[in-house]
Design a protein around this ligand. Structure first.
Ligand code: PLP
Length: 387
């Protein structure tokens, strides 16, 4: 049985071309990129080429890119780095209720240190209202962090509008763009952000490597202290092979993203149309139009998302209930609660995310089997009795 992977928002396979580009950096070009000798300089060249590719892709300068260990570190660096650097200026941070845990948890940690955090609500589609951002600003506000695209429901936030407000009040603006980079256009100037997080394993690069864009002139403290790598902004011996892989992954996305996005959006739209036709009491989560091309998220009343996943898994289909990070806990998704789903509905959701190797046949197969699974589970569900 062919296994069908429909969980690209959790992680993506590393593109074979990326693996090929990385290989020499484990063996022949193994040098420490900070070393003066030829081994080091060759490694450095690979790393700096990747930095150039990424900077060009984001509309940034090379000295505005700091390589990190991934999305989580980039978000932590942005939030703690600004909170520390600007602590004499103010102690208030604005974010939203639908952020990834890698933003929410650092924000909660800062609350324990005496910072004040506003977690803005969202509408039914998951959108933060820029007017709410404006109303939340105080004289103490030092950072606004609103994600670009949501990892569970795919909603693309109004980052340019929110950045305008940040600029108006001279507040630093960060966006978690881990789900959007490599999937939809991301340009730091069009978005108007000062800080932007990304992660290679979400766009066909290796795990454990990412970057933080830091606009020139932004006051920020380092998160890791040690050597003077990354111009003193992130200590630790550079993960050269990983960074080269990130660069190659960006290059491939630059070439393929538009066409892939169009194809994935066509499959997405087919699922969004046909699932409710085939399955009663199913509701789309997220925005109908302001949405990642590869995200589908449905709630099926009366049943548990986990049971759907297990049944799909038996048929060789890998999907998700929402966030891979919380799938081991029994708490319903904070994102689905924030968009207003009652607890019982927030438990019955299924996230399907498409990617580079998704075929039309995979979607045919899913559509063929999903209605039967939902029907079977509902007939076993006490909540469904009498319907
Ligand atoms: C995956 C993800 C992260 C975490 O990135 P890692 O590289 O896995 O640490 C952060 N934010 C969003 C929106 C994500 O989807």
């Amino acid at each position: 049985m062919e296994k069908i992977y429909l969980d690209y928002a959790a992680t993506t396979p590393t593109d074979p071309q990326v693996v090929e580009a990385m290989k020499p950096y484990f063996t022949d070009i193994f040098g420490n990129a900070s070393s003066i000798h030829a081994f080091g300089q060759q490694a450095r060249k690979g790393m700096e080429d990747a930095r150039q590719i990424l900077a060009d892709f984001l509309g940034a300068r090379t000295d505005e890119i700091v390589f990190t260990s991934g999305g989580t570190e980039s978000n932590n660096t942005a939030i703690f780095g600004i909170a520390h650097a600007l602590k004499t200026k103010g102690n208030h941070i604005i974010t939203s209720q639908v952020e990834h845990h890698a933003v929410i948890e650092p924000a909660k940690f800062l609350e324990k240190q005496g910072y004040k955090v506003t977690y803005l609500p969202v509408d039914k589609a998951g959108l933060v209202n820029p007017e709410d951002v404006k109303s939340a600003v105080t004289k103490e506000t030092i950072l606004i962090s609103i994600m670009h695209a949501n990892n569970e429901i795919g909603t693309v936030e109004s980052v340019p509008e929110i950045s305008k407000i940040a600029k108006e009040y001279k507040i630093c603006m960060h966006t978690d763009a881990v789900q959007s980079v490599g999937h939809i256009p991301v340009d730091v100037n069009e978005l108007g952000v000062d800080l932007l997080s990304l992660s290679a394993h979400k766009f066909y690069g290796p795990k454990g490597v990412g970057a933080l864009y830091i606009r020139k002139g932004t006051k920020i403290s380092p998160y890791l202290h040690g050597g003077d790598q990354e111009r003193g902004r992130r200590a630790s011996t550079s993960n050269v092979a990983g960074i080269v892989g990130l660069g190659k992954a960006v290059e491939l996305c630059r070439q393929k993203m538009d066409e892939e996005g169009r194809f994935q959006a066509s499959l997405r739209d087919r699922l969004i149309k046909e699932i409710p036709e085939k399955i009663s009491d199913s509701y789309l989560n997220g925005h109908a139009a302001k949405r990642l091309p590869n995200n589908i998220n449905f709630t099926f009343a009366y049943i548990e998302g986990e049971s759907i996943l297990l049944n799909l898994d038996m048929l060789g289909i890998a999907a998700s209930t929402g966030s891979a990070c919380t799938s081991s806990s029994l708490e319903p998704s904070h994102v689905l609660l924030a968009i207003g789903l009652p607890h019982e509905l927030a438990h019955g959701s299924l996230r399907i995310t498409l990617g580079r190797w998704t075929k039309k046949e995979h979607i045919d197969y899913l559509l063929e089997h999903l209605p039967g699974i939902v029907d079977k589970l509902r007939r076993m569900s006490p909540l469904y009795e009498g319907k």
